[in-house]
Structure formats: structure tokens, C-alpha cells
Design a protein around this ligand. Sequence first.
Ligand code: CNA
Length: 249
Amino acid sequence: MTYEEKIRAVADLLRAHDRNFALTGAGISTESGIPDFRSPGTGLWTKYDPTKVATLSALRRDPASFYDFCIPRWTSYTGARPNDAHRALARLEELGYLVGVITQNIDGLHRQAGSKRVWEIHGHLRTCHCMSCGETYPFSTLVEQYEGGQNPPLCGRCRGVLRPDVVLFEDQMSEDFFKALKALSGCQVMLVVGTSLQVYPAAGLPELARRVVIINREPTPWDERAEVVIHESCGKVFRDLMAALGEPL
Ligand code: CNA
């Protein structure tokens, strides 16, 4: 199939089915200026191994170093803006082509773009909580303490260490993950966008869809089994897809 034929095939799949979802990963946000993990040359893995530094045991062992590594990354996410791929997914939901978006991202860009049904299976950067007493605070509390020289940031009530409401390597999965599993019942088409499908259990979610479409710059372990595979930047793919549906962005 040519690129144009693939775009038409995805548009036809979305028109023909009404229980369609998107599963997104860090690749959907690279065009908003947020580096992903595994892109060759620019991904964070070229500098660090996130499975060693962004882990629950690293946070427990040496919270100050954990925050020195994580805070600059996370605060750079908070200034990022949604791109055409985020906007297209929000519009597809509004038009009834998608039920919603399951995302591995913690950057909040799907909600910012206007998506209403979003399952943030690896958490988000809106809140944090105390690891000792469980008290919840806005994420900005953690950042303000860090930037004011308090590292690690501490609970105002019991002086326990604060942690963000994101799922770290070694953490249990979030409530949203289990809600997404339920929501995916009867999923007909899954658009898998900007994810290397290396991180489990998220990488197993395409199993729950009858038809899978891969939109990713690099090959993924699902390419052999997917109905349509498009190796292109997702901003371009979604602009072309919306045009094919007669709904330009
Ligand atoms: P990953 O393993 O870094 O894979 C990203 C994939 O996207 C790669 O295969 C790239 O080829 C592809 N890609 C990059 N840019 C584009 C683009 N513009 N268009 C199409 N494809 C592109 O990331 P995964 O999401 O698969 O890994 C899961 C981790 C990454 C999750 O735990 C996330 O929380 C974590 N993460 C999230 C963010 C974020 O919130 N934006 C940033 C970095 C890492």
C-alpha cells in the first residue's frame, strides 16, 4: 500500500467501526518538544537508563538525586503545548470516531488539547502525595520546595518525602490502567501512536483490540500483526487523516 492508501484505509476503519480507541506514547509529544525515551539520537535512553534512575527504589534510596534527575524534565513538560496529533485525537473523539485515548504519557497534553475521555495509565503531573501519611498536594508544591532549596520536598504535615502521582518503574499500575482495561472491552480498532511498545503492561493493550493500526516513526513489535502500519511522524499522519475524513484541523 502507498502512504495515501494507508491513510484512506485508516479513515475507512474509523468510519466503519464505533468502538475505537487510541493508545499513545512519548512519540506523540516529541513534536511538542518533549524528548521520548527510545528515539535514536534524541531519546533520553541515549543519555540515561530510565529503568535505573526513574524507579521507586531510586526514589527511596536517594530521593535528592532522584529529584535532581526528574524535576528538570518534568518542569519542561509543564510548558509544552499540544501539537496537531493531540488536537486531531481530541477532534476524533468529539466527532464520534474515537471513544477516547489511553496514554502512557504524563505530560497532560491530551487533556490540554481537549480530549475528554483520557486514561492516564502512567499517572500525571497535576498532584503529588506524601510517601508516609498519604496527604495530597498540587504538583506545584513539590516543585516550589525543590526550587526553593528543599530537596527532597517534604510533607507539611508529617515531614515525609513527597512523590508525584506518576507510575515509576517498579510501581504498581494506576487505577486508570484497570479502568482502561474495562473500557477496552469490545474495542474494534486501536490506533497505536508514538510508542515503541516496549514497556509492559501497556505494550500488551493492543491484544485487546480486534484491529490494530500502528503510527510510529520506527518499527514496533506489533508491525507484523497490525492491519495498517505507517512509519511517519504522527503530526503529518493526523493532518492527512483528518483531511481524508473531510475534517481538516
Ligand atoms: P518510547 O519507548 O520512547 O517510544 C517512542 C516511540 O515513538 C519510538 O518508537 C519513536 O520512534 C516514536 N516517535 C518519536 N517521535 C515520533 C513522532 N513525532 N511521530 C511518530 N513516532 C514518533 O516511548 P513509549 O511511550 O513507548 O514508552 C513508554 C514510557 C515513556 C512511558 O512510561 C512514558 O511515561 C514515558 N515517557 C513519557 C513522556 C511524556 O509524557 N511525554 C516523555 C518521555 C517518556
